[in-house]
Write a protein that binds this ligand. Structure first.
Ligand code: ATP
Ligand code: FE2
Length: 348
């Protein structure tokens, strides 16, 4: 933390009883979000605009262009929905990593510009940890294991020995990418999660599929190949494919989550990431937790998918624990690992 950053911060927290307002910017991938939260845990705004394609995957340069174009509108909408002016913001937080370099750079530039123009402290935030920390704003959760199941990421994260550590993760693609690829094979739209879930409700039987848990890690690539072969053989009903795929991959996620709870001696499971919107995954998580006497916390969908309120909330926590990111340290971190982050705002 440099002196300038410190001076800015001191200005903001000198009035002890003042409610602090943090604006967070999310831009790790296709979503440009602006969230505004206050130190009482109120979400004043959580606005986003996502880059979408009619066909094919995401082109990072195009997503970055989208964020540049959407930025003014998303920011104005967030301030309007919070009912505040830009000068009412006390702290500026942004997703510093991990994510796509092209899009992260846009969010970081917007954040640096606002911080400089308004003379407010800047806080760079780890996106994966923000998925976990939002739990403390929404629930009376103390020390959870996070099952972070999104398009690009599949990780089981928990606080241990002074750091957030990844206890298990995918060895190849994220579970959401797996689901979206399978949905495309079945002729469903993108994102595939909601369509696959709907289709699974018509299933008649479970088809036995490869189950790939390796230690604490999971793998979906082989299963996807196996399912593609089954689909092209035309011997199976689409609904049975959808149902069996969900049952298999969610069981894998439950196995590693449960083992993390047991190994860490923790009794709270928190869900995060867009795949956690799936009602079947939520049901399985609740049953698993109930059976082992643990609690399961499921945030509303708007806080499960990529959102900027979680960035603002973690930025606020870091700021209140004396954190600030000097401009010189505000470069993006596309490959930042969860366990590389100094968790100075939390006591072990
Ligand atoms: P990250 O950058 O954190 O990896 P991401 O950009 O990959 O995130 P998310 O929005 O967290 O994306 O998750 C996307 C996944 O969530 C997709 O696989 C999508 O199909 C799935 N999904 C989104 N909404 C729902 C829903 N309502 N029900 C089921 N699945 C959903
Ligand atoms: Fe995410």
């Amino acid at each position: 933390m440099d002196k300038m950053a410190n001076d800015k911060k001191d200005k903001m927290i000198s009035k002890k009883d003042k409610k602090i307002i943090c604006l967070g910017i999310e831009s790790t991938a296709h979503t440009l979000g602006v969230g505004i939260v206050d130190s009482l845990g109120n979400v004043l705004a959580n606005v986003k605009d996502s880059y979408t394609t009619k066909k094919g995957g995401m082109i990072p340069v195009k997503a970055a262009e989208h964020h540049i174009e959407a930025c003014d509108c998303v920011l104005a909408q967030a301030l309007k929905s919070a009912g505040i002016g830009v000068r009412d913001i006390d702290v500026i937080a942004f997703s510093q990593g991990p994510g796509l370099g092209h899009t992260l750079r846009i969010g970081a530039t917007i954040a640096r510009t606002l911080s400089n123009a308004l003379d407010r402290p800047l806080i760079g935030v780890n996106h994966c940890i923000a998925h976990l920390e939002i739990g403390s704003m929404l629930f009376p959760v103390k020390d959870p294991v996070l099952l972070y199941a999104s398009g690009a990421n599949t990780q089981v994260i928990a606080f241990d020995g002074g750091k957030y550590r990844i206890f298990g993760e995918t060895l190849d693609i994220g579970v959401g990418n797996f689901i979206d690829c399978l949905a495309r094979e079945l002729g469903l739209g993108f994102p595939g999660g909601p369509g696959l879930y709907q289709l699974s409700l018509d299933a008649k039987e479970y088809i036995k599929l490869p189950y790939a848990v390796k230690g604490m890690d999971v793998s979906f690539g082989g299963l996807l190949t196996n399912l593609k072969q089954k689909i092209s053989s035309r011997r199976y009903a689409d609904a049975d494919i959808a149902f069996s795929a969900q049952e298999t991959v969610f069981s894998m996620l439950m196995e590693v989550s449960e083992r993390a709870l047991a190994h860490c001696g923790k009794d709270e499971l928190l869900l995060g990431g867009g795949v956690s919107c799936n009602k079947r995954l939520q049901e399985m998580a609740k049953v698993m937790c109930k059976e082992r006497g643990s609690r399961c916390y499921v945030p509303p969908n708007e806080f499960l998918v990529d959102n900027a309120a979680m960035i603002a909330w973690l930025g606020l926590k870091m700021h209140m624990a004396s954190g600030a990111t000097p401009i010189s340290g505000s470069g993006i971190r596309p490959y930042e690992r969860t366990d590389e982050v100094d968790i100075y705002w939390k006591i072990d």
